[in-house]
Design a protein around this ligand. Structure first.
Ligand SMILES: *Cc1c(COP(=O)(O)O)cnc(C)c1O
Length: 395
């Protein structure tokens, strides 16, 4: 079968809920992916930052292969010997008391919403069924009906209603709006430290710190969705660390498994996660031994290979080189670490297609933004090679 045959199968049998670039990947290694014709591409999307550790990292391959021969799923009806060590490692790394493992990012966000509400009713004393959570315009927190209900993107919601109440939207980056939106019923403020799907939108300096202070003053939980920004993507373990903010609830996913297997988690202290009682919440696959073994290896790789530092260093190098490209098409280059957005004055799709021709895979977001987010194992030589091609398609 050839590229066109695979594309025809997708088009015939898959619901058309994506508009992918027409590259059919059949293998990958580190920063590289290979299509069915053997052509090699530099991956500048990293599966939306799920493969921060690089594709098919040998250490994670080994952990997964070893675990899959032992036991893969027990359900939480019984205990397994992988979940405890995984959660201990995650809590020690992030500096929290407890973690609750789930699978996809959206599930972890749903879990964080449930936790914030339970805390609101049981600790803050909000009246039954009146809890409010403040979210930001331009947000992306996943695709469940509750979550799309508080999206500001009309397409994400169209014909999927009715939606759950209890969410209040304010502009992103606006602390005054946050303080004004808080009522006695506000239990949480949920925010992405940098909006990923929104177009790699970096808020004003000091925003996260100021927002956290407002939340503290009003007894509101600061919920950071670091599913995309976390685990080294912005040059630190968590993007909130850039402003020394410690979220009350931290939501992780994507790179938590290095792209092998869906693993997500909500991380918080005892006063929040300690509120759950048996039966309050659950997931058949959440905390399973296979995912837990994979996640332990994925976290070890991030630390042992100094991937936060590499992201910080090569990210500012990459961004600097992109900012020096002289092209009338470029409106702005922004980002932190290896999380870089290049906003154009025109639709970006054409440039992504041109880059694919040259062996670089990236995807437009919000029509006019190209996101450059390669695996964090990328080298300076590879960045230079990529920038030469990016420059060539833009000038
Ligand atoms: C990807 C993403 C999600 C959703 O994760 P899924 O695994 O696709 O459900 C939520 N929040 C942010 C910030 C994301 O980037």
């Amino acid at each position: 079968m050839h590229t066109q045959d695979y594309i025809e199968l997708d088009e015939r049998y898959s619901a058309h809920n994506y508009h992918p670039l027409d590259v059919v990947i059949s293998s990958a290694d580190g920063v590289w992916v290979y299509d069915v014709d053997g052509k090699k591409y530099l991956d500048c999307l990293s599966a939306y930052s799920a493969v921060n550790q690089g594709h098919c990292h040998p250490r994670i391959v080994r952990a997964m292969a070893e675990q899959m021969h032992k036991v893969t799923l027990t359900s939480r009806a019984f205990r397994n010997d992988q979940m405890g060590p995984f959660l201990k490692q995650l809590c020690e790394l992030t500096g929290y008391d407890k973690a609750l493992p789930m699978n996809t990012g959206a599930e972890a966000v749903e879990t964080a919403i449930k936790m914030a509400r339970k805390w609101g009713y049981q600790v803050k004393g909000v009246a039954d069924n009146s809890a409010e959570i403040i979210v930001c315009s331009g947000n992306f927190h996943g695709r469940t009906t509750t979550i799309v209900g508080f999206s500001s993107e009309p397409q994400y919601k169209a014909d999927f209603g009715p939606f759950a109440p209890g969410f209040v939207m304010i502009p992103y980056g606006d602390v005054v709006a946050l303080e004004a939106a808080i009522t006695p019923n506000t239990v949480g403020f949920m925010v992405e430290p940098i909006q990923g799907e929104g177009g790699v939108v970096v808020p004003p300096d000091g925003y996260l710190r100021a927002a956290k202070d407002v939340c503290e003053r009003h007894n509101v939980l600061f919920i950071a969705d670091e599913i995309q920004t976390g685990l080294g993507r912005t040059g630190k373990l968590l993007a909130c660390e850039h402003e020394a903010v410690r979220p009350d609830i931290l939501v992780l996913g994507k790179a938590l498994s290095g792209g092998f297997y869906p693993v997500s988690a909500v991380v918080a202290d005892e006063p929040v996660l300690g509120l759950l009682k048996p039966g309050d919440h659950g997931s058949t696959f959440g905390g399973n031994p296979l995912g837990s073994a994979v996640a332990q290896a994925a976290l070890h790789v991030l630390i042992d290979e100094n991937l936060f530092e590499n992201s910080a260093e090569l990210g500012s190098y990459f961004k600097g080189r992109l900012q020096r490209i002289e092209s009338d098409v470029i409106k702005e280059v922004r980002g932190k670490g290896l999380f870089i957005g290049m906003e154009l004055h025109e639709p970006a799709r054409r440039y992504c297609e041109a880059l694919r021709e040259r062996g670089i895979l990236c995807k437009e977001t919000h029509k006019t933004v190209i996101r450059f987010a390669p695996p964090l194992v990328i080298t300076k030589e590879q960045v230079d090679w990529a920038v030469d091609h990016i420059e060539a398609v833009l000038i």
